[in-house]
Ligand binder design. Structure first.
Ligand code: SF4
Length: 444
């Protein structure tokens, strides 16, 4: 295993929350195209909405999100106003008042919104969209910024699911990532959310953090299970200080190596399985009756920018800087810079900065990669691919067959148990965009 981990971790591969992946979005897809795409969405479609809140009270040094640190409530209030203006611009471009099955507020820290701003935002969504009675309304929570008044508003606004950021309960690890929060803080947040009727709880943990070892991962997971969350995500930390400068505060020498990271992931999975959690995809776990676990069992699991999901909407509309939308015609992404996003909205323009339109082949490859990532197999014929041409990086794929990571049975590619940690590498063999770069750099 050590040899496999070392060989396959030497080349970075995408997380495949989309296909094509975001680096292949381009500027030819801008506000005009987005307006046309929005207008072309069939009126009977179901939408999913993502609202980004790019503010946090303190910077966690492991953070890979798009966020700004602020202590100024008026700044966040101005942001909420602009977000509401964006909702107006987008809904004017849609063909009708459309049905919404799920809303996700992410960040940053959406709980930085004041109770009034949160309530106004949800009211506006309900005015402009037909939010389904049983809509899944989810919010990412920093337990350190949660207060009783906000919890009351979350509940009143119909929030159904809360994703609480934990990472690790070990003080030394918390110091090294600049995120100090006690088990008591998390317990109180979870209890208060449940008492307010927000009963679906997800806890976000991490492995691969500085000073983390298998013992403190096990202890963190044990403590997390005491809170009986419906879902637990165990994300691997990605150390990319050349992209996220604040990660320079984390010393590379304090990070566990690839073998220790694998041990931590396996230890977390073992503890969760002992407490009855079912593995879902690469890094999620859910209680057997949770919709995510049911979807994993019935092959209904999906993958999008929020990770593993049961969301089956026809289109995802993103609001806020850097937010990505998935439309039947392709992907769009808003300007990541706050001031550019704001200025476009103030000029009554959709703040789209880039995107990519999907070809028929892209759609087939997207289905194939999603199937591998969610279910560890794909029937190439079922997704419209030819078994002789589906794999584009044949050399790498054959090496993976030789390493017993994947096998081919008729039209099916099947990831072996040994190959599961390498499913992203296996998926990358079907990625035509990545393969083009690879071929270009070899011949160029
Ligand atoms: S609270 Fe979340 S988004 Fe904000 S800095 Fe920490 S990890 Fe990043």
């Amino acid at each position: 295993m050590t040899d496999l981990l070392q060989r396959y971790s030497s080349k970075p591969v995408p997380r495949y929350t989309s296909y094509p992946t975001a680096p292949y979005f381009h500027k030819e897809i801008g506000p005009k195209t987005y307006a046309i795409w929005l207008n072309q969405i069939p009126k009977d479609s179901t939408l999913s909405l993502y609202l980004h809140v790019p503010y946090c009270a303190r910077l966690c040094w492991f953070c890979g999100c798009s966020t700004t640190i602020t202590g100024k409530p008026e700044r966040i209030q101005r942001y909420a106003e602009t977000l509401r203006s964006e909702i107006e611009i987008v809904t004017k471009a849609l063909p009708t008042k459309m049905l919404v099955a799920s809303v996700h507020l992410g960040g940053g820290t959406p709980t930085m919104l004041s109770p009034k701003d949160f309530s106004d935002l949800l009211d506006q969504l309900r005015n402009r969209f037909a939010i389904a009675m049983d809509a899944d309304i989810a919010i990412e929570i920093d337990p350190r910024t949660l207060n009783p008044e906000l919890i009351k508003i979350l509940s009143k606004s119909g929030v159904t699911r809360a994703s609480v950021g934990v990472q690790d309960f070990t003080p030394r690890v918390q110091q090294a990532i600049n995120r100090i929060q006690s088990f008591e803080t998390v317990r109180e947040a979870v209890e208060n959310l449940r008492n307010a009727g927000i009963t679906s709880i997800n806890l976000d943990l991490m492995i691969g953090l500085p000073h983390q070892n298998t013992d403190n991962v096990v202890r963190t997971v044990e403590l997390a299970t005491k809170l009986k969350p419906d879902r637990v995500a165990v994300f691997p930390y990605a150390h990319v200080p050349w992209l996220k400068k604040h990660q320079r505060m984390i010393r590379r020498t304090d990070l566990p190596n690839i073998v220790l990271r694998r041990e931590q992931a396996e230890a977390a999975a073992t503890v969760l399985s002992r407490y009855g959690y079912i593995p879902v995809g690469q890094d999620h776990f859910a209680l057997p009756n949770d919709p995510l676990a049911l979807a994993a069992r019935t092959h209904g699991l999906r993958r999008n920018f929020q990770g593993y999901t049961v969301d089956n909407a026809d289109a995802i509309i993103g609001f806020g800087p850097s937010a990505i939308g998935t439309l039947p015609q392709g992907y769009v992404q808003n300007s990541p810079e706050l001031h550019v996003w704001r200025s476009k909205i103030h000029h009554n323009t959709l703040p789209t900065e880039r995107g990519v339109s999907l070809t028929t082949e892209d759609r087939c490859r997207r289905l194939a990669i999603e199937s591998l990532m969610c279910h560890y197999f794909v029937d190439l014929e079922n997704v419209g691919l030819n078994k002789d041409t589906a794999v584009v990086n044949v050399t790498a794929f054959n090496t993976m067959i030789g390493d017993d990571l994947v096998k081919v049975e008729g039209n099916r590619l099947i990831v072996t148990d040994l190959g599961r940690p390498f499913v992203r590498n296996i998926s990358s063999c079907l990625d035509k965009y990545l393969s083009n770069i690879f071929l270009h750099s070899r011949t160029g």
